[in-house]
Design a protein around this ligand. Structure first.
Ligand code: SIN
Length: 493
């Protein structure tokens, strides 16, 4: 029988119980700490510093010193350091995956995917950094040259979530470093260990001290750390992945020193199944979109809109597929859905489900917490969802798939767009005219057509409306860390 010990690391030193500031491994200035636990069994994995204002200020000082040198390196020198870092990540990929599973709870296969996905950003931006081309604008006056230069924005504060503790930080750090910036970062309190390991391996790969500073902080102390960064005018950019409520707060506070802001916020993704769809493919896509990471992703399908002609058939196929999921801890054989991150997540899932059932939804599969207890929750499908339910208007962030019925294309688009969020939408259809019309009509930053999982380092990830703005990944992801400088050079004869 496999146990938590199955996830023992080859390199136990990758579990770092210190903050990283200016290349030093340090405790919080006032010695405070907090525990990091495994959501599958509650076991304490590590005790890390609970950083505060003093530590946050020290991190900015360190980043400032490191930035002064890093900004003078060539794009090729930076690329070489990032490539060495990528090689280190690959060398340690199994340990990194185990660490993600230990602190986040997702099945090992998903953690392995996350580590490859996250490392992909390091590889991608190692190359893209070399292509941060400026421009020469054709001259309008003889003897005057017009140039556009791209320069690093400066120190970046990166605040990252617990759902992809490795990949979400990698996709901010890699473009920042490739562009010539330095970073101060506060990982989510539930999952700081992956972030610390990522920075530790960067250091081993030759990333200079002070370029990546990682400050774990408890929920209570996070506002103190982030508050220092928001006020310090040397911090020129805030990049955040998390809730819309917090994103709005950060944007308001960043206005004090007019920092650049990138926000990857909540979603409320529609997943539309038209009656000309390949239903088996649509079920497969929904399983990936809805149940990856137990539904705890910003791009998780939240509202499943199914055309009336295929509503029953689709519901039945989906319920059958969901019943094959095996719930368990990451070290259990065949487990493909882990626990939810904490009790608050379970409470929200329960509340959305109770609300839907009280308003007339029918449970087709699952329907409650899992019998093994803790934060395990049964993958659930409910039919007959309606727009007055909480699950129609808020992100559930859990393994509940509510099915809504619609009549025609117009109805589907109206329902899909009836939200203040605009991160991603998915739809399944075969009619080419419909595919084009619907892709254009959906109000969001990303669309999956006959695909349930479209995240990749080579394409820009980002939303519209209250899902935020800014691109992560793709060629566009680098520009988020670069300022444009227009130089008019006159007197040239
Ligand atoms: C997220 O949930 O914020 C990101 C998921 C992804 O990159 O696919």
């Amino acid at each position: 029988m496999k146990t938590a010990a199955t996830l023992e690391l080859q390199r136990p030193d990758l579990i770092l119980e210190r903050a990283i500031v200016g290349g030093e491994r340090t405790g919080a200035a006032d010695g405070r700490t907090f525990e990091v636990t495994n959501p599958a069994d509650g076991a304490v994995l590590a005790t890390v510093p609970d950083c505060g204002a003093v530590d946050a200020a020290r991190a900015v000082d360190a980043a400032d010193r490191a930035f002064a040198l890093w900004r003078t390196t060539t794009a090729k020198e930076r690329a070489n350091v990032l490539k060495a870092w990528f090689a280190k990540l690959l060398e340690n990929k199994e340990d990194l995956a185990r660490l993600v599973s230990l602190e986040q709870g997702k099945p090992l296969a998903e953690s392995r995917n996350e580590v490859m996905y996250g490392s992909g950003f390091v590889e991608w931006f190692a190359e893209e950094g070399k292509r941060a081309y400026g421009e020469i604008i054709p001259e309008t006056v003889r003897g005057r040259k017009l140039l556009l230069l791209k320069e690093p924005v400066g120190i970046v504060a990166a605040i990252t979530p617990w759902n992809f503790p490795f990949a979400m930080l990698a996709r901010k750090l890699a473009p920042a470093l490739a562009a010539g910036c330095a970073v101060v970062s506060k990982p989510a309190e539930d999952t700081p260990l992956s972030a610390l390991a990522l920075a530790l391996l960067a250091e081993e790969a030759g990333v200079p001290a002070g370029l990546i500073n990682i400050l774990p902080a408890s929920r209570a102390r996070t506002p103190e750390v982030v508050g220092v960064w928001l006020k310090d005018d040397r911090v020129r950019k805030i990049t955040f992945t998390g809730s819309t409520v917090v994103g709005k707060h950060l944007m308001r506070e960043a206005a004090g020193t007019l920092k650049r802001v990138s926000l990857e916020l909540g979603g409320n993704a529609p997943f539309i199944v038209f009656d000309d769809a390949d239903l088996d493919r649509a079920v497969e896509g929904l399983m990936a979109s809805k149940f990856r990471n137990a539904g705890q992703t910003c791009v998780s399908a939240n509202r499943i809109l199914v055309q009336e002609g295929v509503f029953d058939a689709f519901g039945q196929k989906l319920a059958e597929a969901v019943k094959t999921l095996k719930i368990g801890a990451a070290w259990e054989e065949g487990a493909n859905q882990g626990p939810l991150i904490n009790d608050r997540a379970v409470a929200k899932a329960e509340q959305h489900l109770a609300d839907a059932v009280s308003k007339g939804a029918r449970v087709l599969a699952g329907g409650s917490r899992h019998s093994r207890g803790g934060t395990f929750f049964q993958p659930t499908v409910v039919a007959g969802a309606t727009v007055d339910m909480q699950c129609a208007n808020e992100e559930t962030f859990g393994p509940i798939a509510p099915l809504f019925r619609f009549k025609d294309e117009e109805d589907a688009i109206r329902l899909a767009n009836a939200t203040q969020f605009g991160l991603i939408a998915y739809f399944y259809a075969r009619d080419l005219g419909r595919v084009w019309r619907v892709a254009q009509a959906l109000e969001c930053g990303m669309v999956g057509v006959n695909e349930g999982l479209i995240s990749t380092e080579v394409a820009p990830f980002g939303g519209t409306k209250e899902s935020g703005f800014g691109s992560e990944g793709g060629r566009q992801g680098l520009d988020e860390y670069l300022n444009l400088k227009y130089v008019a050079m006159g007197g040239l004869g």
